[in-house]
Structures are given as structure tokens and as C-alpha cells.
Design a protein around this ligand. Structure first.
Ligand code: AMP
Ligand code: MG
Length: 350
């Protein structure tokens, strides 16, 4: 696994580790003692906690898959598939081309397909085409540029999920080629899947762990949680809604889940300050500015971690009123909104 300690400040590292440890305390269960594998990926602390598999090699094997997934979904790693897709688009844009098609691996296809489905049903609150703005803000790095209004307008005129189309293609006789493709109407677009990649990967790791015979575990990708089954004693896992402050390990609420994922999006998770203004990493696709919807965080519980991840980002952008109306039409998700006064507003299907 790629070690990225240099990207984590010591304080951030301690905070992340604290949240991992807190989770373990919450999930501790009388009898069986848990095994934990911890590492770094996606610039954050990741761990798999499991109870019921004597062969720790199985979990190590699955942890090692994180590097494989990073090499698909990272927007910034020059060795990743998404980086190569964006580079091909940039090249086509330089040549003044439109409607550019690029091949996709099955994983990138599935993730993009899901992203576009949800972009449509969230009416664009979730938009995987904001990469050019994210490059400027550089939330994950140190070269922060706050785009001017004119820059935002110009960049946004080239963004938009409607300009992407995924398709399955048959290339008769060519078994080496990827069987999926993406067609981009305006190749000035830079694709970013930071709002859903960890969720998608958690779902895949779950499948891989289950195939290895693991039936009780917690996958924690930087606070993006997915639990497999229940605790060995049959009780559900207890999860906390963290106080939305950088480094906090205090819980504002707890809830219990079995075989489900809990994902939090929050303005406190990644941000920088410039000229006395705080800029956080969840952008409103309508303005190109950090979303200001009266929320500090949104936690979504769903069976699929990819869906929980997409919806927590989307709901943060929409704000509680619009997201609450969206929730009315979902039968199988729970939502915990934390507003600016730190009230936890629960939307539960009980
Ligand atoms: P999350 O922590 O899952 O809410 O995802 C935040 C990340 O998603 C950011 O760091 C960006 O990479 C990306 N992102 C920001 N705004 C949006 C948006 N409106 N739609 C989709 N992805 C976004
Ligand atoms: Mg998300």
C-alpha cells in the first residue's frame, strides 16, 4: 500500500486515528477480540476490523487491494486510470475536438455510471465534472487558488454531468480492449470522483472480504464506514455522528447498524483559509463556491456505501429542506443532519 504519511500533518493524523479508535471502542463486543489492519490510502487512515477469520492473510490481501483501487480513481495520481482519462480529454480539448470517446475499465465504468444516475436524480447537486475547479482550490494540497467570479463562470460553462455518457461497447475480436466507454461532449471537463470513490471501493472490499469468508467486519476508509454483518454476539455495530470540528472525537449522536454503511460529508473535513475566509471542499455546482446550505455535516446510512457516499455529498449541497424532501422518496436510507448550531436532525425510516 502506498504510504502517504508526508501528506498528513501530525495533528490530522492523530485526529484520524482517534476517530478510528473511537469507532473500535464503540464497536467493542464482550467476547471475541477484534483484529485490526490499519494503513494509509486516499490521503487518510484506513482500517479493516474483523472478528471471525482466523486467517489474517485474507484481510491483508484485501487491504492490499486499496492500492489497486487508488490507481483507478485518483484524480491527482499520474499513474491512475482517471488521470489518464482526464489527460486524454485535455489533449482532445487542445485539438479543438468535441464528443470524445475514451475506453473505461469495468470499475471506472460502474462508478461513473452510478455517479451520473445520481447526478440526474439529485438534479445536479452531485456532479462528477468539477475537477477543474477542484484543481484550482487544491483542497488536498497546498497550492490554493480561489477562482475569481469570471474564472468560476468560465470553468462552469464547461462543466456539467449532462456532457458525459457511459456505454457498454462490443469490440468484436479485441479481447484486450476495455469493454466500456465514456463519451464527453466538451473535453475541457476534468472528472473528479472524490465524492463517491471511497464508498464505491468500500462496497468492492466488502465483496472481496465476504469471498474470503469474512462475515463480521468494519471497513473504515477515513471515516467512511461499512459494516459487514453484525458483531459476533449477533448485536448491531454502534456508530457515532462525530462533532463536526477538525480533530474532534466527540459524538453528537450514536446509532446501530447491521450490514450497512454510514458516510459523513462535512465542511470540517477538508478546508483552507485565505484572507480570513474558510473554503471547504464540497462545492455547489451552481456557483463553483463551497456549498453554504446551513449544514456542518450530513451522515447517510444506506446498504450501499457508494450510495451513502454520493448522497451525503449531495445532501450537503442541497441543504436540509431539499434533502429532507428527497429522503421522503427513499425507503431505505437514514440521514443525520448537523446544522450550524450543532443540532442533530434525524430523518429515520423506523
Ligand atoms: P465527500 O467527502 O464524500 O462529501 O466528497 C467531497 C469530495 O467530492 C471533494 O473533495 C471533491 O473531490 C468532490 N466534490 C466536491 N463537490 C462535489 C459535488 N457537488 N458533487 C460531486 N463531487 C463533489
Ligand atoms: Mg461523498
Amino acid at each position: 500500500m502506498m504510504v502517504k504519511t508526508q501528506l498528513l500533518s501530525f495533528r490530522r493524523f492523530c485526529a484520524l486515528l482517534a476517530s478510528v479508535l473511537l469507532l473500535l471502542l464503540l464497536s467493542g463486543c464482550g467476547g471475541a477480540s477484534p483484529h485490526v489492519r490499519t494503513g494509509f490510502a486516499f490521503d487518510t487512515v484506513v482500517s479493516i476490523t474483523y472478528y471471525d477469520n482466523k486467517d489474517s492473510g485474507a484481510v491483508t490481501k484485501v487491504m492490499d487491494r486499496l492500492e489497486y483501487y487508488e490507481k483507478i480513481f485518483s484524480r491527482t495520481d499520474p499513474e491512475s486510470e482517471l488521470y489518464a482519462v482526464n489527460a486524454r480529454l485535455a489533449e482532445a480539448a487542445e485539438q479543438g475536438l468535441y464528443n470524445v470517446s475514451v475506453p473505461l475499465s469495468a470499475d471506472l465504468y460502474r462508478a461513473l455510471h452510478l455517479a451520473l444516475d445520481y447526478a440526474e436524480i439529485t438534479e445536479g447537486a452531485f456532479d462528477p465534472t468539477l475537477g477543474k475547479l477542484l484543481e484550482l482550490y487544491d483542497f488536498g494540497g497546498t497550492e490554493h487558488t480561489v477562482p475569481t467570479e469570471a474564472q468560476r463562470e468560465d470553468i462552469l460553462s464547461h462543466c456539467g454531468w449532462q456532457k458525459l455518457e457511459t456505454a457498454e461497447v462490443s469490440r468484436a475480436g479485441d479481447v484486450s480492449a476495455y469493454p466500456y466507454q465514456l463519451t464527453v461532449a466538451d473535453p475541457q471537463i476534468v472528472i473528479d470522483l472524490g465524492g463517491m470513490a471511497k464508498g464505491y471501493i468500500a462496497d468492492r472490499l466488502k465483496e472481496e472480504l465476504k469471498a474470503e469468508g469474512v462475515s463480521s467486519a468494519i471497513i473504515n476508509l477515513g471515516g467512511n464506514l461499512l459494516v459487514i454483518g453484525s458483531k459476533p454476539d449477533g448485536k448491531p455495530y454502534a456508530i457515532g455522528v462525530l462533532k463536526p470540528e477538525a480533530g474532534s472525537s466527540e459524538n453528537l449522536a450514536t446509532f446501530r447498524i447491521t450490514d450497512a454503511s454510514a458516510v459523513t460529508s462535512g465542511s470540517y473535513q477538508r478546508f483552507f483559509e485565505q484572507d480570513g475566509v474558510t473554503y471547504h471542499h464540497i462545492l455547489d455546482p451552481a456557483t463553483g463556491l463551497p456549498a453554504e446550505s446551513g449544514l456542518k455535516s450530513v451522515t447517510v446510512v444506506a446498504k450501499s456505501s457508494a450510495v451513502a457516499d454520493i448522497l451525503s455529498t449531495s445532501f450537503f449541497v442541497m441543504g436540509e429542506a431539499k434533502a429532507g424532501a428527497f429522503w421522503e422518496n427513499c425507503t431505505d436510507i437514514d440521514v443525520y443532519f448537523v446544522d450550524e448550531a450543532l443540532n442533530v436532525n434525524k430523518y429515520l425510516h423506523e
